[in-house]
Structures are given as structure tokens and as C-alpha cells.
Design a protein around this ligand. Structure first.
Ligand code: COA
Length: 235
């Protein structure tokens, strides 16, 4: 199947690498809202335009896409945009990731190199299990959540939709990380994390409450991560 990668930033390059290594799909290029990238090449693959090209690409036989945008709500938003164009959302699973045969995986999921995903884990749509993370038995990773590199989730942990568990964090068994919560890098989580809070430290403590925000369609942003560059292109 021919596919495009939506988002030509750092995460897009990681996803390209996974797709090339796994050899399941033919990558035809990137889509990105940053006009300065259009016509340029990222790691040898063209940035074809923005998501307004999806219909045309489908008529040219590109029937798959993956949204490679790091920001969780924005990734979820663009996954729905792709779905509305009748294009299949595909997964990028690195061949060195170790997955139990009992794992349930949604669509638009990224599982990076060296991730270990243990029995009866549920990975929801648009989730990212990043490099070398360990997701132990019977965990649930919510829609558009991001488990960052090297993070360890003990058994029966529930990570809510669009939650972000920072690099190298450890979460002990049975806890819930609430929707939209952020766990700081290297934190050791010993208690449930309420939705839309940021917790940091060892042991992790809540330091911020961040009210939920939808995708900022029509707004511009100073973010350098690439995801906001796409916003507005489909507004
Ligand atoms: C938590 C984080 C998201 C910052 O969130 P923020 O809302 O901008 O928070 P701030 O930077 O204002 O920090 C708030 C407080 O928490 C502290 N803090 C921030 N991150 C921390 C961490 N990981 N561990 C311990 N303390 C931390 C800050 O020093 C600050 O303390 P102070 O109020 O005493 O000065 C960020 O520090 C972090 O850990 N990001 C993870 C990055 C990552 O995993 N990237 C991988 C991508 S694949």
C-alpha cells in the first residue's frame, strides 16, 4: 500500500524510519502545513503539500496515511481529518519492538524500536509507544496518549486519552494517569495522576493544572515542534 506521513518534523522522521525498516508500506512522501517545506525533501522523501491534498492523493492511488505529529490532541485531530477523506490510517511498528500476541492495537499507532508490550495490553488509536518503553501486562494506553522513550509502566496501569508520560518515567502498578495529564521526565509515579495536571519528581507530585484545550484551528503558534504548522490548513 502507498502511504503518506502527515507531519515532516522530528516525529515524522522517526515514523519514516520505522516504515522504511518494517517494509510493510511504500512511503510516497510527507504532508505538512509549513509551506516553506513544500517541494523540499526530508530524509530523501518529498514534502508534497498539506492535508488539502488528501483527496487528490487518494485518486492517485495513495490509500494509506499515518499522522506523525508529536502533540497529542493535534495528532488525534488530524487522524479524524484523514478518516473523513476515506484514507486508511496505518500503524508504524518497528520490527525490533517486542509485542505479545495478545496485544490489542488500534489504528494510527506508532510503536518504536525496542519497545516491549506485554500480554493483554490495549493500545488505542493514535497512541505512541516510543523507543525502548516497557508497557507491562494488562495496561491500557488511551487514544492519542504518548508513552515516551524509556518509560516503564508496571502492570494494570491505565493511561488516559492524550496523556503524556515523559521520557524515563516510572509508573507503579494499577495506577491511572488521567486524561490529558503530563508526567515529567524521570518522574516516579506512586499515586494516580488527576486529569489535565502536570506532575513531576520522585515521588511525583502535581505542580500544575492545565485546563483542557482543543486543537487550535485557525490559530498560529510559536511552537517549533511542527504540529501547529499544520493547523489552519484545513480550517
Ligand atoms: C514537565 C515538563 C513537561 C514541563 O512542564 P511545564 O508545565 O512547562 O513545567 P515547568 O517547566 O514550568 O516546571 C514546573 C516545575 O516543575 C519542575 N520540573 C519540570 N520538569 C521536571 C521533571 N521532569 N522532574 C522534576 N522537576 C521538574 C520545574 O523545575 C519547576 O519547578 P519550580 O516551580 O520549583 O521551578 C517538562 O519539564 C518535562 O519533563 N518534559 C518531558 C519531556 C520529554 O519527555 N520529552 C520526550 C519527548 S519524546
Amino acid at each position: 500500500m502507498d502511504v503518506v506521513i502527515i507531519g515532516a518534523g522530528g516525529h515524522g522522521r522517526v515514523v519514516l524510519d520505522i516504515l522504511l525498516t518494517s517494509k510493510h508500506y511504500h512511503v510516497k512522501g510527507f504532508l505538512d502545513g509549513n509551506k516553506a517545506l513544500h517541494g523540499q525533501y526530508v530524509d530523501g522523501y518529498p514534502v508534497l503539500g498539506d492535508v488539502t491534498l488528501l483527496n487528490e492523493l487518494r485518486s492517485r492511488g495513495i490509500s494509506g496515511a499515518i499522522v506523525a505529529i508529536g502533540d497529542n490532541p493535534t495528532r488525534k485531530f488530524y487522524a479524524s481529518v484523514v478518516g473523513n477523506h476515506g484514507i486508511e490510517l496505518v500503524n508504524a511498528i518497528h520490527p525490533t519492538a517486542a509485542l505479545s500476541h495478545t496485544v490489542e492495537i488500534g489504528s494510527n499507532v506508532v510503536i518504536a524500536a525496542g519497545a516491549m508490550v506485554c500480554p493483554h495490553v490495549k493500545v488505542s488509536d493514535s497512541a505512541i509507544l516510543n523507543t525502548g518503553c516497557i508497557v507491562e501486562h494488562e495496561c491500557t494506553v488511551g487514544q492519542a496518549a504518548h508513552i515516551c522513550p524509556g518509560t516503564k509502566l508496571a502492570g494494570h496501569v491505565t493511561v488516559g486519552p492524550a496523556a503524556f508520560v515523559g521520557i524515563g518515567a516510572v509508573v507503579i502498578q494499577g495506577l491511572t494517569i488521567g486524561q490529558g495529564a503530563v508526567v515529567g521526565a524521570g518522574s516516579v509515579v506512586l499515586r494516580d495522576v488527576p486529569p489535565f495536571t502536570t506532575c513531576v519528581g520522585q515521588p511525583a507530585r502535581v505542580v500544575k493544572y492545565r485546563p483542557p484545550a482543543g486543537p487550535a484551528v485557525g490559530q498560529t503558534s510559536a511552537s517549533s515542534t511542527g504540529q501547529q504548522r499544520l493547523i489552519g490548513t484545513t480550517a
